[in-house]
Design a binder for this molecule. Structure first.
Ligand SMILES: Cc1cc2nc3c(=O)[nH]c(=O)nc-3n(C[C@H](O)[C@H](O)[C@H](O)COP(=O)(O)OP(=O)(O)OC[C@H]3O[C@@H](n4cnc5c(N)ncnc54)[C@H](O)[C@@H]3O)c2cc1C
Length: 387
């Protein structure tokens, strides 16, 4: 049996960032990932809006400066349109920050985190394999892999995504509420410059976001009912360009498709307990959120940051699998997660409701918020993790 202090199951963005955030600690770490990341040849269709707080986290753990600046796009303004004339505009200048967010390709961050973890002397990357069984003893967790090997650890972290095997093996409950929608993602070249502006339309057929990429390019996330999402993904390139341009009020002129559209099913997932003795969950294993506010991996990075800080601060004689330590991590992350899940879900419900009275109210709400700079900028700063 191989002995570690910490075994992280899942080498996605959340799991790998946890390992890298512990690079200066004395902890011996195993990272288990069946599919190490690969850099996509062109533009990655998975794009994230990274908050300033998480850009700082990635800088602190030595990742940000290695990301190719030519592939990063700042968001300096945001333009949100309701489905009945409501409009809300944010700018970095008014909010008092340099940028509202950074748009970064998923594989760019994933590869950089992976390479960094690979170079770490306290990390063992377990060759591609999957866990088979998990057993909790009072002094250790034992994780058996499909190849027959067994890893012993004082703490197991489940970072294995929203269908987390670890969460199930530990008997932690997850409440799933599917939205009946998919997030359609694709990248386009635009005819006009986007001026570092992210645009979002709350429409009858869902929420459409246009996120700026470097140059005259955008990445879209169209969260829309399953049937419509399937229809969009099956459209010929030219037709998809017309549909996306028209849905976005032709704000940047005609579009040209750069990466084929892909669709991801969306669901709200609440996990009441994210820790147990010798176990903690991070990232999508611990929460699921609608992408309309772009908070998924932002929450995941903050989970990793918080857990790493608590583990790194323990003295050598302290047990990192102690439930009191882990309960502190759970408490620290609960409020932000619940707040963002509830706010995002509430916004989604408000705009999905067909009642005409609600349509007027939500558009009035956008306009009203737009005319109250103090509230608007406080909201923006909170949502950005800049407060
Ligand atoms: C359409 C869409 C748009 C989004 N846009 C944004 C955005 O703009 N901003 C944002 O912050 N978030 C966004 N998100 C959310 C974001 O994609 C997720 O929050 C993020 O990918 C979660 O990362 P993770 O590392 O927790 O999990 P994952 O990315 O799911 O990684 C889990 C890892 O665990 C591995 N794994 C799985 N099972 C096992 C197992 N049994 N054993 C070992 N390893 C295993 C997998 O191979 C994978 O590498 C969006 C989501 C969608 C669907």
């Amino acid at each position: 049996m191989q002995q570690f202090d910490l075994v992280i199951v899942g080498g996605g963005l959340a799991g790998t960032s946890l390992a890298v955030a512990l690079r200066d600690s004395r902890l011996r770490i195993a990272l288990i990932e069946p599919q190490p990341p690969r850099r996509s040849a062109g533009w990655d269709a998975r794009i994230y809006a990274i908050s300033p707080a998480n850009a700082r986290f990635l800088a602190d753990i030595g990742i940000w400066r290695h990301l190719d600046p030519e592939r990063l796009a700042p968001v300096r303004a945001m333009d949100v349109r309701g489905d009945g004339g409501g409009q809300l505009k944010f700018s970095a200048y008014d909010t008092g920050v340099d940028e509202l967010a950074w748009i970064v390709e998923s594989s760019l961050m994933a590869c950089e985190l992976w390479e960094s973890a690979k170079r770490q002397s306290n990390v063992t990357l377990v060759p591609p394999g999957r866990p088979r069984s998990l057993e909790f003893r009072h002094d250790a967790s034992l994780l058996a892999l499909e190849d027959g090997s067994v890893l012993g650890a004082r703490l197991i972290v489940g970072a294995d995504g929203r269908d987390s095997w670890v969460r199930g093996a530990a008997g932690l409950d997850a409440q799933h509420s599917p939205y009946g929608e998919k997030g359609v993602v694709a990248n386009f070249a635009t005819s006009q410059g986007h001026r570092d502006t992210a645009r979002q339309w709350f429409r009858d057929d869902g929420v459409l976001a246009w996120l700026p990429l470097p140059g005259n390019r955008i990445s879209i996330v169209w969260s829309t009912p399953d049937d419509h999402a399937d229809e969009l993904v099956a459209l010929p390139a030219q037709e998809l360009c017309h549909r996306v341009a028209a849905a976005g009020e032709n704000a940047l002129g005609p579009l040209e498709l750069l990466t084929p559209a892909a669709a991801f099913p969306l669901r709200l997932m609440r996990v009441p307990r994210t820790v147990a003795p010798r176990l903690a969950l991070v990232g999508d294993a611990a929460h699921g959120i609608h992408p309309l506010s772009g908070h998924g991996i932002n929450l995941g990075f903050q989970d990793a940051r918080e857990l790493a800080a608590r583990l790194a601060a323990t003295q050598a004689w302290h047990d990192i699998g102690d439930i009191r330590l882990l309960a502190g991590y759970q408490r620290a992350r609960k409020e932000e997660t619940l707040l963002l899940q509830t706010a995002t879900d509430g916004l989604h419900r408000l705009f999905r409701h067909p009642a005409p009275a609600l349509r007027s109210l939500r558009n009035l709400g956008l306009g009203l918020t737009d005319s109250l700079p103090l509230i608007k900028n406080t909201l923006a700063r909170y949502a950005l993790g800049a407060l």
